[in-house]
Write a protein that binds this ligand. Sequence first.
Ligand code: FES
Length: 86
Amino acid sequence: MIQFTLNGQPVSIETDPARPLLRVLRDDLDLTGAKQGCDMEGECGACTVLLDGQAVRSCLLPVGKVAGRSVITVEGLGTREHPHPV
Ligand code: FES
């Protein structure tokens, strides 16, 4: 069981800790704001999320490494009333 905070909410997920965070976000958690723009080789940056406030490419990040940490996707930026400029 991998537990982390996603856009301010606690998340628990049972999965292979070696899976890329991008795949877990899109395929398991239905958050499609982070995109796959290359062959998941870290070249395009379309998959960027914030991990404890630092921009990281989620295609290169095994989901097991986010345990106990905070992830913010584009869906977690701003509010419906006050959307973030990103
Ligand atoms: S999908 Fe291209 S850098 Fe992650």
